[in-house]
Design a protein around this ligand. Structure first.
Ligand code: ADP
Length: 500
């Protein structure tokens, strides 16, 4: 067999460092995966880069309308058999995928560092998280219970059943290259749907690893397909093709709006996870050391590029200076660098363009009277690196307090009363996650009620697991990932009436 682009990449990079040597061992092609076959395309290609070094990792074929159409056709052809299989058979496949992910934990973590940049330990956590969804949905597939309803006529029966929707078009972003596809693919397969997965073109390799492991786990050809390249063209196929019955996107509000509007024409189900603008409130009765530790832990994840990360830190006036000092010291001291270097706590952002955007927000805030306690200027490490930055005194209208920063910047805002904190926290249409730290049970209960978000963490920086539904309110989305609710995003309700 000809050496794949991944093999070439591995040997090239191995000449300078060992990075990527394990990736070649994964053995899958950097190609489209349609109907159980690894395919190139006659058309254009694109490259995937390591954000830390700028090294080209792989050259991949670019899919457009035709390839997406073939993938949908393959998924539709596979749907009848897959959806009729015994639920145990489907669950066994999912369990095997989960185990295979764990078997390849180290190599998959390295792959995530390479294409996405997050430090190795955190990337390994992402691999475990991905495996947990396949295991959870393997277990949960068996518990799709319907119900019976007493009919007024004793000779009749009413049964509420759940049926797989059909082909699912799944679109995922770059910030969780393995776990984001894993969440959606696992739920779809458990429900009995077949999938065409379109990962981000910045990080398609981890998604291909899911296809490769599905194949090894005995998932039949056509049940999982992976295409990428021309996102708009593939999105249009998902929206217009009559066989795609549900679309699940994690991405930006802009893309979500576009898909939702287009899908409306064809009356298609959509699940949308569209990012947040999370407030992190610290009241003066909180355990301040713990709150700051948790804040920094949450914010350092993926260089601030996760949708539940703290975007605005609201601190009660009485403890503001103490908290600001602690945050600046702890966050400002994080070791920034290449994800393979021992001890590194924060890797690069996804691209140099992401740094430009984040720095633009910071500089605009500084120009309006905001002060930086640390960071706030580019690093010489490389174009994609930005330092942990802590800001105070941002004026209430500053863009940095209203936009999703998606980078390593923590603006701190002082408040006086609980009501004021809640009002500032809720002053956003992006209602994915909110956090509140307090030692008072009463305040905790009020915050859990008054914070109008899909996920609320009270003294808890990450209440998100495979067992629980995760999704936003308001403009942060529709539907859930994880939990029983995530499975129901791929199921239709069916009423069956029977008469004796
Ligand atoms: P982000 O800013 O996080 O990259 P995007 O919404 O741009 O968010 O991207 C999330 C996913 O949506 C990616 O896989 C991207 O390729 C895809 N995407 C972007 N635009 C479209 C579109 N018009 N149709 C379908 N998918 C799209």
């Amino acid at each position: 067999m000809m050496p794949s682009t991944l093999d070439q990449k591995a040997s090239k990079s191995a000449a300078s460092t060992d990075r990527g040597a394990r990736v070649a061992e994964l053995g899958f092609e950097p190609a489209l995966y349609i109907d159980g076959r690894w395919r190139t395309s006659a058309g254009a290609s694109f490259e995937v880069y390591d954000p830390s070094t700028g090294i080209c990792l792989a050259t991949l074929p670019s899919a457009g309308r035709d390839e997406a159409g073939s993938a949908v056709q393959a998924a539709q052809n596979a749907f009848g058999d897959w959806s009729r299989r015994s639920v145990l058979e489907r669950a066994d496949c999912l369990l095997r995928i989960s185990k295979l992910i764990t078997t390849h934990r180290e190599a998959l973590a390295e792959l995530a560092v390479l294409e996405q940049g997050s430090p190795l330990g955190a990337s390994a956590g992402g691999v475990d998280y991905a495996a947990s969804f396949f295991r959870w949905y393997a277990e949960e597939a068996r518990r799709v219970y319907g119900r019976t309803i007493a009919h007024p006529d004793p000779d009749r029966r009413l049964v509420v059943a759940y049926a797989p929707r059909g082909v699912a078009g799944v679109i995922t972003p770059w910030n969780a290259p393995l776990s984001s596809p894993a969440k959606k693919v696992a739920a779809a397969l458990a429900a009995g749907c077949t999938v065409v997965l379109k990962p981000s073109e910045l990080t398609p390799l981890s998604a291909l690893a899911i296809a490769w492991l599905s194949e090894q786990a005995g998932v039949p050809p056509g049940v999982v397909n992976v295409v990428f390249g021309d996102a708009s063209a593939i999105g249009r196929v998902f929206v217009r093709h009559p066989d795609v019955r549900t679309i699940s996107l994690t991405g930006s509000l802009r893309t979500g709006r576009r898909l939702y509007a287009a899908a409306a024409r064809h009356i298609k189900h959509v699940s949308l996870e569209l990012g947040g603008n999370a407030p992190f409130i610290i009241f003066d009765d909180a355990d301040v050391a713990r709150a700051v530790d948790d804040l920094v832990w949450l914010k350092q994840a993926n260089s601030g590029q996760i949708c539940v990360t703290a975007n605005r830190v609201l601190v009660q006036q009485t403890i503001f200076d103490e908290v600001a000092d602690r945050v600046a010291k702890l966050y400002g001291d994080l070791l920034v660098g290449d994800g393979f270097t021992d001890g590194v706590q924060q890797g690069p952002l996804i691209t140099a363009g992401a740094v430009d955007r984040v720095d633009g927000l910071v500089q605009a805030a500084l120009a309006e009277g905001t002060h930086a306690l640390c960071g706030a200027s580019r690093l010489s490490l490389g174009d994609a690196f930005y330092p942990p930055t802590v800001l105070i005194d941002a004026p209430p209208h500053a863009r940095i307090l209203h936009e999703e920063i998606f980078g390593p910047v923590l603006p701190l805002v002082a408040f006086s009363t609980e009501d004021e904190a809640i009002a500032i926290a809720n002053d956003t249409p992006n209602r994915l996650a909110a956090f509140a730290y307090t030692g008072s049970l009463s305040c905790a209960i009020r915050c859990s009620r008054e914070l109008r978000f899909g996920v609320v963490g009270i003294n808890d920086p990450r209440p998100v697991t495979c067992e629980a539904p995760f999704g936003g309110h308001h403009q942060s989305g529709i539907g859930s990932e994880g939990g029983v609710e995530g499975l129901h995003d791929f199921l239709d309700v069916k009423l069956v009436g029977m008469r004796s």
